[in-house]
Design a protein around this ligand. Structure first.
Ligand code: UD1
Length: 423
């Protein structure tokens, strides 16, 4: 596995107009890997998560585990984690500020050590990202939690409980599932998130000796166990990365096969790409996209919890809409501020009006321009727009993109895109 990509001041130089051809394999989903690394803190044995790329979010999560005394190493195409001996139950702001998912450490650490102290998490600025549901869920499990300045301190022995989530928060569902899996007694979570990453977490906990069922439905049942052991686990392929590459092909034209992802996880994006005129063939482990490179407006796109259209693909699809023939309406229901890529797309000539959570995108040709990524998926959207634009673009702010895509430029270049990473 290669070392981390250098990020400071790096940018992509992209010449638009190349068609994409070839095959690309996606690795384990970043959004599965992060809670799984955190969950490993509860295990007393060696964990190996396969096909784990060194995205900067994964590297930062590993740093958090190391700061607690655990061992983590990226080897053999995956990540080894050994948390038999932990020496601390505190994570400072320098580490938690690096990623939103640092909050995942709270539940597992509390369940393992009986106390945990973390600082508030950082991450993409895509609107307010409260952690109240994580905290109230852990409180229902018996944790005493105090919030002081930027610190959250939790302690206490955990017991089973019945928890009703007012909204299906992915992260809160995961934090509660992890903590409850080592609590005393049975926990029932109603209104749980049903994303494939929740199923991955359930399957991982069970592979380590836990007793969780119901993932993929709104009701989870978790029977606490005294200990969790290590395991080798293969998380599902990254559906968001797969959707990004499929969208790139629909924009640029050509024929791209994406493997390593479950096509059922891609159903909502597949439907939209077909409406945009792309031909999508589902395979047992991915999909092939064929496109003539002149997409038509896919109509209305509305983000929703799984199995609805994922908010993480809203920005890449906005890039497609901006380059399509006709008008697309995009409604972002999950996050308030997930339109930060739009002012950047306008620099390329995009005709987009935003009103609250709705964006009206009137498709047209785009021109190469100098743009800046301000969040992870928005950054990917700018890269895709640049691939479909006339002329040359530069995209800076690559540290955002590196958080969730390992070597995005290299992968697109292997498909024939004219994209270079400049240090
Ligand atoms: C996860 C994903 C992220 C994705 C999102 C929605 C990871 C690492 N990240 O983020 O890529 O975009 O799911 O699919 O898996 N909320 C509260 N209180 C809380 C928690 C959440 O009000 O305590 C709200 C959020 O503000 C948001 C909504 O619930 O409006 C959904 O957020 P959530 O599902 O928790 O997203 P994350 O787990 O942060």
């Amino acid at each position: 596995m290669k070392n981390r990509l250098p990020d400071s001041g790096a940018k992509y130089m992209i010449v638009g107009g190349r068609r994409l051809y070839g095959e690309l394999q996606v690795m384990s989903a970043k959004n599965s890997i992060l809670p799984l690394i955190a969950c490993s803190v509860m295990t007393e044995g060696e964990v190996f998560l396969t096909r784990c790329e060194m995205t900067s979010d994964a590297v930062n999560m590993a740093d958090i585990v190391r700061s607690l005394g655990g061992k983590c190493s990226f080897r053999d195409g995956g990540i080894y984690i050994d948390c038999r001996d932990l020496s601390s139950c505190r994570v400072g702001s320098e580490l938690t500020g690096r990623l939103r998912s640092s909050v995942f450490i709270l539940g597992p650490l509390l369940a393992r050590a009986g106390s945990a102290e973390i600082c508030y998490p950082g991450g993409c600025d895509i609107g307010p990202r409260p952690i109240d549901l994580h905290i109230s869920g852990l409180r229902a499990l018996g944790a005493q939690i105090s919030e002081n300045g930027d610190k959250v301190s939790a302690r206490g022995a955990l017991h089973g409980a019945r928890i009703e989530l007012p909204m299906p928060s992915v992260g809160a569902t995961e934090n509660i599932m992890m903590a409850a899996s080592r609590a005393e007694g049975v926990t029932v979570v109603c209104g749980a998130a049903a994303e494939p990453e929740i199923t991955d977490l359930q399957n991982f906990i069970n592979a380590c000796g836990g007793k969780v069922r119901g993932a993929g439905t709104r009701r989870l049942e978790i029977e606490g166990v005294k200990r969790l052991h290590g395991a080798t686990f293969a998380p599902s392929g990254d559906r968001i990365a797969a959707g990004t590459y499929m969208t790139a092909c629909a924009i640029c034209g050509g024929e791209v096969t994406v493997t390593g992802a479950n096509p059922a996880h891609l159903a909502s994006v597949t439907g939209i790409l077909r409406r945009a005129g792309a031909e999508v063939t589902e395979l047992t482990n991915g999909a092939t996209v064929r496109s003539d490179g002149s997409p038509r407006a896919p109509g209305r796109i509305e983000t929703a919890p799984y199995p609805g259209f994922p908010t993480d693909l809203q920005s890449p699809l906005t890039a497609l809409a901006a380059l399509s023939r006709g008008t697309t309406y995009i409604i972002e229901n999950l996050f308030e501020n997930r339109f930060r890529h739009i002012p950047q797309l306008r620099k390329m000539g995009a005709d987009i009006t935003v009103c609250g959570r709705a964006a009206t995108v009137r498709g047209r040709r785009l021109n190469g321009s100098d743009v800046e990524a301000e969040d992870l998926r928005g950054g990917a959207a700018l890269v895709l727009a640049a691939l479909g634009a006339d002329g040359t673009s530069t995209v800076c702010g690559l540290s955002h993109i590196d958080r969730g895509y390992y070597d995005l430029g290299g992968k697109l270049s292997s498909l024939g895109a004219d994209i270079r990473r400049l240090p």
